[in-house]
Design a protein. Structure first.
Length: 120
């Protein structure tokens, strides 16, 4: 399933050079929060869900695998820190967003996965 996931996400994103920043990729996939502003009030809601539902689902499943099965230190620490404050579903979606940003930087810079703060 890992090759299928990687190929599907790569195919859905298309040419990575068309995105200037990681924020654009997150928005393209629909993992960005909905923000409503009016006057002095500001409300941050759930994710926008614009873009490919298949990619969002694959990213969430890959995040579950990275956190629970593969025990990825970088994503695991991030997930556990958020899961203490929020519910686990919100934390796993945020972890999926972090994974997508990492994937974008890997493709853009042509690097391998090397999370910060984790010794190889």
């Amino acid at each position: 399933m890992s090759y299928f996931t990687a190929l599907t996400i790569y195919a859905e994103l298309g040419e990575v050079a068309r995105f200037d920043r990681a924020k654009e990729v997150v928005s393209y996939v629909g993992l960005n929060p909905i923000i409503r502003e009016s006057g002095d009030s500001r409300f941050e809601g759930s994710i926008s869900k614009r873009g490919s539902g298949r990619v969002r689902w694959l990213l969430v499943q890959a995040s579950y695998t990275a956190v629970h099965t593969c025990e990825d230190e970088y994503l695991g620490r991030f997930f556990n820190r958020l899961a203490r404050k929020k519910n686990s579903k919100t934390a796993i979606v945020a972890t999926a967003r972090k994974l997508l940003v990492s994937m974008y930087h890997m493709l853009d810079r042509e690097e391998v996965y090397d999370p910060p703060g984790v010794s190889a």
